[in-house]
Design a protein around this ligand. Sequence first.
Ligand SMILES: Nc1nc2c(ncn2[C@@H]2O[C@H](COP(=O)(O)OP(=O)(O)O)[C@@H](O)[C@H]2O)c(=O)[nH]1
Ligand SMILES: [Mg+2]
Length: 462
Amino acid sequence: MSDHPVLAVVGHPNKGKSSVVAALTQNDQVEISADSGTTRVAQRFSLKLDGRTVFELVDTPGFQRAGKCLAWLRQESVAADRRPDRVATFVRQFRDSGSFTDEVELLTPILQGAGIIYVVDGSLPYSPEYETEMEILRWTGRPRLALINPIGGEEYVAQWQQALNQYFSLVRLFDPLRASFDQHLQLLRTFGELEAGQGVDFNQAVARLEVYRRLKLQQAARILVETLYQLLTCQLSSSRLQQAAESRLAELLPDEIERFNRHLNRIEREGQQQLEALFLYHRLEPEMRRLEVHRDELMDQSRWSSWGLERRQLALVSAAAGATLGLLADAGAGGSSLFTGALGGGVVGGLSGWFGADWLKQRLPGWLQFSAEKHLLGPVRDPNFAFVILGRALSHARAMLARSHADRARMEVPDIGNQGMQAMPMKSQVRLLKQCRQLARQGPQGKAAEQLREWLFQQLGG
Ligand SMILES: Nc1nc2c(ncn2[C@@H]2O[C@H](COP(=O)(O)OP(=O)(O)O)[C@@H](O)[C@H]2O)c(=O)[nH]1
Ligand SMILES: [Mg+2]
């Protein structure tokens, strides 16, 4: 027997067995399909922490010939205490025989010591044909838990409960597509009750899983702050603006701003991908409105505020945070070399001598800094930018954390609007803005970064 819990997930085809396995082991590579009979051989999936298995689930093909199987088992009269042996004889007899392949596949891990999770669909009526499956499982004598998966609703849940109670000491409603992490833990604890005294410590698995979650959320906060820092200090060199003749500047600028936008989005997406990898999502393809700064204003106000703060709110918060001149970071303070543009005495300081300077000074969008000496575009200096990227990062992270690894649809990240950064108390908004400005100056090793990590950790449910 292994040192970690092993559970075989069994049932009729197409009841969500593979979905349960995917959700609980946090593995989005488990094959899930609307066609029944996709899973032909038992497959093991484990949840690992630091290379050590916390628990293992076996995805099995569904019962195909349960009636015939039970009839075979009953051909000889056996006392109740000999029934597990009888099942073992069945598996030995038909292994490699070409018949009962599905039953042999699903019974083998159980005979090797796995516990049983039996999955049924609570949106379809109960019918006696399931009794043969449940009876076979009873013959194995292994600890058994039944899950009612409300695939298309809960209409027949009560009916199922009645029937399942006779074969399983524990019956739970569990939706693999919607269950939260806490519900996962709850389910494992439930199984612990069932396995009590059977030698495998479920409580330890649950405790390890909780530690695992905390560690991941702390790592997530670190990634978020690192990305935040990169976005707040994002600069792009623009030799094209430097070299262009004055007559061409007008046509180049929109191009350069678009390039800057793409750069911002790439940084943001890379941060998201790091988070997705951390939580073992490989195929999210999140659908989310693009982060986009515009020519004239930082963003189109109507869209802008759907992530960051409303204009009036922003004015108050900026003033309270001491963000004079609307600068996100006090450029030059702290000696950050990234803010060379402002060191020269203003956003476009040090431009004298370059013949496009005056033109550029008047035409540059207000949110964008430009360093003439180094031909650098950026960073973004509007304080709302901090709220926008924070709001977006939290929205993406929350949608991801709430998502089941059994879900195969694209992930939609909603515009949270006034439920997001705008809904926070002004005190918190001011504090966040101050911390973001400090982060831009001090970098991810500073004190503000530490405070932001702690705040983000809590926001994510840590
Ligand atoms: N809406 C919904 N669909 C589900 C749920 N569980 C499974 N399904 C769908 O039912 C089908 C069969 O699921 P699968 O996990 O492959 O079932 P298996 O054959 O028992 O392994 C797939 O199309 C799943 O997307 C659920 O809780 N809700
Ligand atoms: Mg399956």
